[in-house]
Ligand binder design. Structure first.
Ligand SMILES: [Zn+2]
Length: 150
């Protein structure tokens, strides 16, 4: 799943939790819960297979930019929110993918077990569909979670 819906889940968590460690932990848990739901972008992340890496990089940077804008917009709209809690929750929600991407990019052998778990979570529900539906689905998830955060 893109980091944008993960980020909106983190923002929602930040409205419920006051402890930085719990915000980080629930951010991680929310990541895996969202990853279980088939979300239509699984093929995009097979960027190692061919020359799709540059394309993947562009999509990933756009995703991070959108996610960051949402966080900045949210903390500006909600001045009462604890920014440290938001940051910890977002960090937790991003952490599983950052770890997976680092492990794949830098070929960290000691994280092979983690890559296996991360990819297995994506296939717990064995149903794949096109990114044409995956992107709108993820936008809807993002909007629902953001609406719940205001
Ligand atoms: Zn993930």
């Amino acid at each position: 799943m893109f980091l944008t819906p993960h980020t909106s889940a983190a923002i929602w968590i930040a409205t419920k939790v006051a402890d930085p460690f719990l915000a980080f932990l629930f951010g991680i848990i929310s990541h895996f819960i969202l990853d279980i739901i088939p979300h239509g972008d699984e093929e995009l992340f097979n960027y190692k297979k061919d020359s799709k890496f540059v394309y993947f990089l562009k999509v990933a940077l756009t995703d991070i930019a959108i996610a960051t804008v949402i966080v900045v917009f949210y903390v500006m709209k909600k001045p009462g929110i604890d920014r440290a809690i938001v940051s910890w929750a977002v960090l937790g929600a991003w952490f599983p993918d950052l770890l997976a991407i680092s492990a794949e990019t830098f070929k960290f052998k000691f994280l092979t077990w983690y890559l296996r778990i991360h990819s297995r979570i994506h296939s717990l529900i064995n149903w794949r569909y096109s990114i044409v539906y995956g992107v709108p689905f993820q936008i809807i998830v993002t909007i629902i979670l953001l609406k719940a955060s205001f």
